[in-house]
Design a protein around this ligand. Structure first.
Ligand SMILES: [Zn+2]
Length: 723
């Protein structure tokens, strides 16, 4: 193995000499073999690339499109910076000074064995025509790449990292390097994501989104000063000190990914743990999941994974919490959506309390950041939530490589749905503890109910403002983007789970994850998987809650329950004269002195009369008006509760604006509740969901009891001095 590694380092691209698709699970469209060096003083990365692109379509492709993400930080006129300024994303507003700006420059672009096409590079702005934006380039090829053909390109490039405020950059001697190299867009052949004919999909870098790329194999040599500790996508192949200069070259490789990120920092404390599938997942757990998913046990089997933790020295005491959360994530995501396939996963605890610099939680291939804070309370589970969520992106957007620019809900939202499930399962007692001057104020803590928090997120901004299936940069505001893509989607899918049932939902999710692993699914593919598992067409659900802005709000408009009258007044037979005109002779009651015996007799008579009265049938007529206050239409259940304790459930199709439910029976209707099991989490107003009829006597009794209680207490208090 060592000899093989030796040859690879010295003879370069041996990785690419191997049969490209040997043992590969994904279709390798774009392979990158890069050699780069970081200068910590100038904050520049100088590098070369050998890019291999395969034309998987039936088209003759005459141009190539690349992302130059770092140009988003070139000046204030870039689309990213304009969007950031408009939306004031995050709590930190960047004050970029001279020397803070970042950029990528392609110095040379040459076809291997062919023409230098550097001069043919053009900046293009497919999203907003902002001519100042230089985050996408297009280069026309001298001759098109034929269907099934391959083109190899060599580039020389320089990336100057910006001072970090959004996901990537430097701060002092800390470097986080994401979206840093010239990277091909996706040529979507006909049929992919509904494309009618082949097209390049290569969006500008926006403040709210960044990912969409093709799978491939990466081999990257990263040269940094000897004192730096490096973490990166994939497995570290070798680490070799330069014979003359005080630098070390770290080589990382990874196949079946569509991105490569890395970090370098002098002060990381590195820890390695192993997730052992046989030890960390019990047979009982596997059997339970296999049964729920309807899969053989062999399909619910996980792999061993090397877990690398790059911690800040002052967060080492929190290491075990990181380890536990990552293990749980590997386990649950793996059991539910298929095993994590890579040999390694790296968790980066970013420097400078990353939460304030925008790189607290970001996902990259086999590597993600999950920042933490000082003084973390044991019941405060922000770290765990971040780890669960960011790891989850290895599946949603990582392996299920959706277009994050155009359909952010498919990665952020599905991931939020899953992290709500995991957090509710693992940490039901977790708390949210506000901070003051960075110190936790435990006194003001509130229970962290993940579903409740998602509802708060959903209702924080007008629910009608946007639909969730919208391109990331086209939302009303960044807040609306976040609300729709995270909280709302989480709630939509949690509602879907309650509507079709947890088992069908679990099977639909697994079907989607298995079918689309290493591919580019879009909304329809997700819906198809759910439909198949649900056994019915859920289009009305998706149409309203994914592709529409209708809000859901059902409630009880009115509740009445009256004792039926024994006699009704009025004319019931017009041929007879009215009763009032018929004179009856009045009888005077005889007044007699009652004897003792007779008194007793009278009493007995009265009681007899009373029992007779009780036996008389009492009928209550009850009416309930259930109303649809929102525009969304969905069947609802209503539960009616009667005074004798009986409960009755009815279903209404919810189509018209209201529906009357009438009952007649021996018991008074005392309450009615729409959606008693709280399946419809999207209901924007729970307050109108139920009405209760309180017997008039009750409040008086309770007030009198309270008064009595108060008086008793006062008396007791006073008498205590006397004793
Ligand atoms: Zn996310």
């Amino acid at each position: 193995m060592r000899i093989f590694a030796f040859y690879c380092v010295f003879f370069g691209a041996c990785l690419f000499a191997l049969p490209t698709h040997a043992n590969n699970k994904s279709k390798h469209i774009a392979d990158y073999n890069m050699s780069v060096e970081l200068d910590p003083v100038t904050k520049k990365i100088t590098g070369t690339q050998l890019i291999t692109w395969r034309n998987d379509s039936q088209d003759h492709v005459g141009d190539l499109w690349f992302h130059l993400y770092m140009n988003a930080f070139k000046n204030e006129k870039s689309t990213f910076m304009r969007e950031w300024a408009k939306g004031r994303l995050g709590s930190f507003t960047p004050r970029m000074k001279d020397g803070h700006w970042g950029w990528t420059q392609v110095k040379k672009l040459q076809i291997v064995g062919g023409k230098d096409i550097t001069k043919d590079i053009r900046f293009v702005q497919p999203d907003d025509q902002n001519k100042d934006d230089q985050t996408v380039i297009r280069v026309k090829l001298p001759s098109p790449v034929p269907p099934g053909g391959t083109i190899k390109l060599r580039t020389q490039f320089v990336t100057r990292l910006p001072r970090a405020f959004a996901r990537s950059g430097y701060r002092g001697d800390y470097f986080f390097v994401g979206q840093w190299y010239p990277k091909l867009g996706v040529y979507e052949k006909a049929g992919v994501r509904g494309a009618k004919k082949g097209r390049w999909n290569c969006h500008q870098y926006h403040a709210t989104s960044e990912y969409y790329a093709d799978f491939g194999a990466y081999k990257v040599d990263i040269t940094v000063p000897n004192s730096y500790i490096v973490g990166a996508t994939g497995t570290q192949f070798t680490s070799k000190k330069h014979p003359k200069r005080p630098v070390t070259t770290h080589t990382f490789t990874q196949k079946d990914v569509h991105d490569f990120a890395w970090t370098a920092y002098k002060h990381y404390r590195k820890f390695v743990r192993i997730f052992k599938a046989d030890r960390d997942v019990s047979l009982k757990e596997r059997k339970a999941v296999a049964k729920r998913l309807g899969l053989p046990l062999s399909k619910v089997k996980l792999n061993d994974v090397k877990m690398i933790f790059l911690m800040q020295p002052y967060h080492v005491h929190l290491l075990e919490r990181h380890v536990d959360a990552l293990k749980q994530s590997l386990k649950l995501y793996g059991l539910w959506y298929g095993p994590y396939p890579y040999k390694v996963v790296t968790l980066v605890d970013p420097a400078w309390e990353g939460s304030e610099r925008g790189f607290a939680g970001m996902e990259y291939a086999t590597l993600f950041t999950a920042g933490t804070r000082w003084f973390v309370h044991p019941e405060q589970r922000g770290i765990e939530k971040l780890i669960v969520h960011e790891f989850g992106h290895q599946f949603f957007q990582g392996m299920l490589a959706t277009n994050e620019f155009e359909e952010p809900w498919l990665d952020e939202g599905i991931n939020t749905y899953t992290d709500i499930k995991i957090m509710s399962k693992l940490y039901p007692r977790s708390q949210i503890i506000p901070r003051f001057l960075h110190l936790p104020m435990s006194f003001f803590s509130i229970k962290n109910d993940p579903l409740g928090m998602a509802r708060v997120g959903h209702l924080a901004l007008s629910p009608k403002l946007d639909r969730l299936s919208r391109a990331a940069w086209k939302f009303y505001s960044p807040v609306s983007y976040a609300k729709q893509s995270y909280a709302k989607t989480g709630l939509v899918l949690q509602t879907l789970e309650r509507v079709i049932g947890p088992q069908k939902m679990a099977r639909g999710m697994r079907l989607y994850a298995d079918t689309w692993r290493y591919k580019h699914p879009y909304a329809k593919n997700f819906q198809d998987a759910i439909n198949k598992a649900a056994g019915k067409d859920m289009t009305p659900f998706f149409k309203q809650f994914v592709h529409g802005t209708n809000v859901l709000d059902y409630g009880i408009g009115l509740l009445r329950s009256h004792k039926r009258k024994k006699k009704y007044r009025g004319v019931f037979d017009a041929s007879k004269p009215p009763k009032a005109l018929v004179k009856k002779p009045k009888k005077r009651p005889a007044v007699r002195k009652p004897t003792k015996k007779k008194v007793i007799q009278t009493t007995i008579d009265l009681s007899k009369k009373k029992t007779k009265k009780k036996k008389e049938k009492v009928i209550y007529d009850s009416d309930v008006l259930v109303r649809r206050y929102g525009e969304a239409v969905w069947p609802v259940e209503i539960e009616f509760t009667f005074a004798d304790g009986k409960k009755l459930r009815k279903t209404w199709d919810g189509k018209y604006r209201w529906k009357r439910f009438s009952f007649s029976g021996p018991s008074r209707l005392i309450s009615a509740q729409v959606d008693p099991e709280r399946k419809l989490l999207l209901d924007i107003n729970y307050a109108n969901n139920s009405r209760t009829l309180k017997p008039k006597a009750r409040p008086q009794v309770s007030w009198s009891l309270r008064l009595l209680f108060i008086v008793q207490n006062i008396l007791q208090f006073m008498t205590s001095f006397l004793g």
